[in-house]
Design a protein around this ligand. Structure first.
Ligand code: B12
Length: 208
């Protein structure tokens, strides 16, 4: 079991070195990258989220925790990417316009790479036109959008509408804390997944 308490302490301190060290130690002890994520890094970050929600900590603390989490993800990424059978299916991912949250989106990207997809990550604050342009340029069959704010969720709707208006043959899958399967249906997206692991199976399903 990855030591969630130690991950939590290291995230609270914002210590990139400690998070990297803990991640490497868990891997050396034989944990799978998936297990390190699910029983270490993600629940630890969730606890940071709860404290932020309760006004016990503020944005700077969350930011340094997020930066430390990224350092841990950096250790896992090459291993996740290696443990794959290769396919050439390209997936465009990005956080929608107006939204700067990228931890969840990055996790989804890593899991997809781990599953053998080629990921084109457009980053944060991505307008609909950029998703569309990138899908065309890359001949991608699928676009994954992330939103963490109730105010930016509607950008997903705008993007889906613009894709349809262009007649572009690309599927859309959405996710992020405020997003639901119901919402995905409402806006005409092709799929929804509540977490990074199910994002992979949902995308495979949608591509069938
Ligand atoms: C970290 C964080 C920040 C960091 C972001 C750093 C970064 N690099 O991402 C900073 C400090 C910058 C930040 C800023 C803000 N934040 Co903030 N933030 C959070 C926090 C604490 C954690 C989010 C997170 O990373 N979770 C961990 C990841 C792993 O989970 P996840 O993102 O949900 O992703 C998983 C799934 O959703 C899914 N998924 C995600 N994307 C996708 C995409 C696809 C295609 C699929 C299939 C699946 C999928 O898989 C992921 C992995 O399992 C949340 C609280 C929370 N617990 O959610 C608030 C939260 C999202 N933030 C919030 C707010 C209000 C803000 C600010 C407006 C604050 C302010 N007043 O300035 C700004 C907005 C900035 C902007 N324009 O985007 C609110 C949103 C409220 C709402 N309902 O809209 C929250 C919920 C906190 C709260 N309760 O008030 N934030």
């Amino acid at each position: 079991m990855a030591d969630q308490e130690k991950f939590y302490e290291a995230l609270c301190e914002g210590s990139m070195d400690k998070v990297k060290e803990l991640t490497q130690k868990a891997l050396n002890a034989g944990e799978t990258p998936d297990k390190v994520l699910k029983s270490g890094l993600i629940p630890a970050m969730d606890r940071i989220g709860v404290r932020f929600r309760n006004n016990e900590i503020f944005i700077p603390e969350v930011l340094i925790a997020a930066r430390a989490m990224h350092a841990g993800l950096g250790v896992l990424k090459p291993i996740l990417a290696k443990s794959t059978t290769s396919t050439t299916t390209k997936v465009i991912i990005g956080t929608v316009k107006g939204d700067l949250h990228d931890i969840g989106k990055n996790l989804v990207g890593m899991m997809l790479e781990g599953a053998g997809f080629e990921v084109v990550d457009l980053g944060i604050d991505v307008p609909p036109e950029k998703f569309i342009q990138s899908a065309k340029e890359n001949g991608a069959k699928i676009i994954g959008m992330s939103a963490l704010l109730t105010t930016t969720m509607m950008q997903m709707k705008t993007t889906v509408e613009k894709i349809k208006a262009e007649g572009l043959k690309v599927k859309t899958v959405i996710g992020g804390a405020p997003v639901t399967a119901e919402f995905a249906k409402q806006i005409g997206a092709d799929g929804y997944a509540p977490d990074a692991a199910s994002a992979v199976s949902t995308i495979k399903e949608v591509l069938k």
